[in-house]
Every structure is written in C-alpha cells, then in structure tokens.
Design a protein around this ligand. Structure first.
Ligand SMILES: Cc1ncc(COP(=O)(O)O)c(C=O)c1O
Length: 397
C-alpha cells in the first residue's frame, strides 16, 4: 500500500505523530534518568485492590462485565460520577450529563468531532498538551495560541482578540497544574473566561486530569462550577489518580452528551465494561479518596525534592515554574541556548527531558523551554538528574 499514497485519506495524510513519542528511542536507554515521560509512577497503582475487585466482578457479574455495554457508559459509573462531582462542585448534576470515555483523550476527540469544522478557531494555551492539539488538529481546527504567565492563560489577550471581531468556536484549557507548565489558572481568570464564553458564545473545554493532585495551596473552583450558562465541558481521567487503564469522563449539557453518544459509536462502541466495573466498585467502596491521598503524599515529596534541587543547582538566567500540583515543571533557559542540542548533550549525560517546542504550534514556538516531570524518579535520582542537567546547561551558557 505504501506505493499507493492516493489510497490514504486526507485525514491520515494530515495527522502528525506525537513529537514526544519520537523522542522515546533516546529516552528509553538503560541508565537514563527519565524526566521526559508523562507516565504516572507505577508504584502508586492500587494493584491488590484491583485484583480483589476484578476477582469479585468476574465471579458475580461476568455476563455484563465481559459484554458490550451502553455507549455512554455503565449507568452505575455515570451515576456515581454525577454524585461525586455534584458534591465536589456544589451542583446538582444528573447522570445524563456524564459520558464515560476511553481515557480523557477520547473526550477531547469527541468534543472536537461534534463541534469543530475545518478552519474553526480553537484557542489554546501556548504551550499546551500535545494530545489536545492532535485531537483538534484531526478536524483541521485553526489554532489561536494564547500566551500564558504564572496565573495561566492571558485572558486579556483572548479578550482583545475577541473584541477585534474574531469568532471563536472553542477554548481548550487545562486550568489545574497544566501540562506542560504546571501553572494553575487564577480564579479571577476562570470567571473572566465564563463571562467571555457567554458574551461571545464559544465553548470552554476544561481538561482536568491533574486537579486532585494538589500538594500545596488552595483548591480553585472548576470553570464548570462557575458557569451557569452551559458553555463549559469538564473532562477528567482515572489515569493519574488510579491507573491509565483508559477511562475518563466528560460532563456537559445533556443535549451535547446525546451528540457524543452518537459520535462515540463508530469510534469504539463502548468503553470496556470490565474496566468500568472495576472503577465503579473502587469508587463505590470509597477507595478513591484514600488512594488520592496516598498518591499526593508520594508525589509531594518528589515535587519538593525537584524544586529544592533546582533552587540549589541551576545557573543564573534559568527560570522555572513552581507548580502546586500535577506532574510537571517547566524550565526556561536563556534564549541563545539551543535546546535540541541540550537534549542530546543531556542524553549523553544520561538524563532526559522533553524539548518545550513539542508543546507549541508552528509559528508560536518558544524554543528555549523544556518540560521535566517529577513523578517518575525517586528523590535521590531527581537530585542526581537535575544536577547533571544543570551541569549540561552551564556548559552551554
Ligand atoms: C492535560 C491532559 N489531558 C488529557 C490527558 C489524557 O489522559 P487519558 O489517559 O485520560 O487519556 C493527559 C495525559 O497525559 C493530559 O496531560
């Protein structure tokens, strides 16, 4: 087939591979201290609980757990998610406002599928999560990159752009401990976004997979909970607080959930029922909150270790974010440093990161940036790895 390129679709010709996956052959070398990936630490997976629940589910309800199920999800899981977020957000959510998805990645894809026409403007934080970019890019969105600062995306820039008469279809934001920067969107800006979405009639896609992983500071209310105008979708994931067994959810207006139900049918018919049953019982047996507490304690130490060694060893002129949660720190080096070269020099010294350029769209790249995760390595390895990275940066200054 490779000799017959005209047999491939425009979509397949258009979709680009993940720039992060392309770095994998370098990153996955033995002995390399890995700050590159975005994978949760496997030590946090609740293996015994999953074993026990799975055994029970297979003994008690094999006929439904191994069967096809409703496209919108196991009704019990939808119900318990509606109850959980009603309580967390101080709202009265109905299970029909919830769709279970095969990872929150699929929620992004479905939202794009039901809303984005070729050329529609989709505003994004710049930089942002590459999986979000590819979900919107698949439907040929026209990206509008919005700069960020330590309070998250610059709503003043967005407002100015809207005031100039531009039409926006959707805004994609990761308000809590953003991937890749670790930055949290301030309450004031969340309120501003709701106001803008209402005035200019666009959708806010709030992607919140890291929200429960807070190590310091105060919880900031979700955009969804601030919006009584129905312009916001809230999506989340079990990947970071349980395991990446491919389950997420999206909460939104009932009518939109109905559209997503239809859009999801040709994608995967339904998310795996066994996985949904496992997560449902984990929630029903009140195991999720203690699990989150455990992970928070585990990652908090690693975040603290990374921030303190950065302080200790980074040369002058290098700056970094101070995330209150999540998995990532974003480092900015002086502009003349070539971060591609830095990447290979760091690999030679057996330490890996992701070059920041991976998280920008073309034309908006800040190439003097890099992302490191602080969850994959032990505190001791974090110290060793960041010292090596600081030495490599110093050599290039
Ligand atoms: C911001 C953000 N959204 C969504 C996802 C996808 O998560 P899931 O595993 O639920 O598909 C990730 C995963 O890294 C992420 O960082």
């Amino acid at each position: 087939m490779d000799s017959q390129n005209d047999l491939y679709s425009d979509l397949s010709n258009h979709i680009k591979p993940s720039p992060i996956r392309a770095l994998m052959p370098f990153i996955r070398q033995p002995g390399v201290i890995g700050f590159a990936g975005g994978l949760p630490a496997p030590e946090t997976f609740p293996v015994e609980e999953i074993q026990e629940i799975t055994a029970n589910v297979l003994a008690e309800e094999p006929g439904s757990a191994l069967q096809y199920g409703p496209t919108t999800g196991d009704p019990r899981l939808r119900q318990i998610l509606a109850e959980r977020f009603s309580q967390k957000m101080g709202m009265d959510l109905d299970s029909e406002q919830v769709i279970v998805t095969t990872g929150s990645q699929q929620a992004l894809y479905l939202a794009s599928m039901i809303h984005v026409n070729k050329g529609d403007n989709v505003a994004i934080e710049s930089p942002t999560f590459t999986g979000g970019l590819s979900a919107f890019d698949a439907f040929h969105a026209n990206f509008v990159p919005i700069e960020m600062d330590n309070d998250g995306l610059r709503t003043d820039i967005l407002e100015e752009w809207l005031q100039a008469g531009n039409r926006l279809k959707m805004l994609y934001t990761i308000p809590d401990f953003q991937n890749p920067t670790g930055v949290t969107l301030s309450l004031e800006r969340r309120k501003k976004l709701v106001e803008l979405a209402n005035s200019y009639n666009f959708i806010i896609m709030e992607d919140a997979p890291y929200t429960d992983l807070r190590y310091s500071g105060e919880h900031v209310p979700s955009i969804y909970s601030l919006d009584d105008t129905g312009h916001t979708y809230f999506c989340g994931s079990f990947s970071k607080v349980f395991a990446p067994i491919r389950l997420g959810w999206l909460i939104g207006p009932k009518q939109a959930i109905g559209r997503m139900n239809i859009a999801k049918q040709p994608v995967d018919t339904c998310s795996p029922m066994l996985t949904q049953a496992i997560v449902y019982y984990f929630l029903a047996q009140k195991m999720l909150d203690p699990q989150i507490e455990k992970i928070v304690k585990f990652y908090q130490k690693r975040r603290n270790a990374m921030l303190s060694v950065l302080d200790e060893v980074m040369p002058e002129g290098v700056t970094w974010t101070k995330p209150e949660g999540g998995m990532f720190v974003w480092i900015t080096v002086p502009e003349h440093v070539d971060v591609q070269k830095l990447f290979h020099a760091a690999i030679d010294q057996k330490v890996a990161f992701v070059t920041g350029s991976a998280f920008f769209i073309e034309g908006a790249v800040q190439s003097n940036t890099l992302r490191v995760n602080f969850v994959s390595e032990t505190e001791e390895q974090i110290e060793v790895g960041i010292k090596r990275l600081a030495d490599v940066i110093r050599d290039m200054l």
